[in-house]
Design a protein around this ligand. Structure first.
Ligand SMILES: [Zn+2]
Length: 182
């Protein structure tokens, strides 16, 4: 009995830890590029670097909106870029996200304006305004709840991949560091 109780308590403890990590990640890591608050604050000009970054440069809802836009668009009307990104989404690939690329970091590293080709935002700019309006409305009316659930699932999978990639990056840089001290 106490063994079962122990397992239950451990499991709840693990779940709580996981939730804490998750909440920390939401509040302190850019969803799009994966850079953390500290780095983004450091390289930004002025105050609120992290907030400005996640609201302007990497506004995550633009990405969500873009996925919804592609999902609703007639596939035969896709541009080359849209076909490419849709393929990536269908295959759960995250290459089309600017992982570890942020305008603010490039700008300050090179002393001049770095050129981040944010394909999604470029493509989104070209989306016809009328289409955007219709899509907005249809999403608001929540007819598309099933679609949204799918998208959220994709988003969660993306987030997990991003965290795993980050973890691999940390471990490899740590082991590279310890190698060089030998
Ligand atoms: Zn970012």
């Amino acid at each position: 009995m106490s063994l079962v109780l122990g397992i239950i308590i451990d499991t709840f403890g693990e779940l709580r830890d996981e939730e804490k990590k998750f909440v920390y990640d939401i509040e302190n890591v850019c969803f799009v590029c994966g850079w953390d608050r500290e780095t983004l604050e450091k390289y930004s000009e002025g105050k609120n670097g992290f907030r400005n970054h996640i609201k302007k440069d990497h506004y995550q809802w633009n990405y969500l909106f873009y996925i919804a836009y592609l999902k609703n668009k007639d596939k035969t009307d896709f541009t080359g870029l849209e076909s490419y990104i849709w393929d990536q989404i269908e295959n759960d690939e995250i290459n089309w996200f600017p992982t570890h690329k942020a305008l603010v970091l490039q700008r300050n590293k090179h002393g001049s304006h770095g050129e981040e080709t944010n394909v999604v935002l470029e493509s989104l700019k070209k989306v016809d305004e009328a289409q955007t309006e219709t899509l907005h409305q249809s999403m608001m009316i929540s007819k598309k709840i099933g679609d949204l659930e799918d998208i959220v699932k994709k988003y969660k999978r993306y987030k997990r991949k991003q965290m795993a990639a980050q973890h691999r990056l940390n471990t490899s840089s740590m082991s590279a560091g310890s190698m060089s001290t030998l």
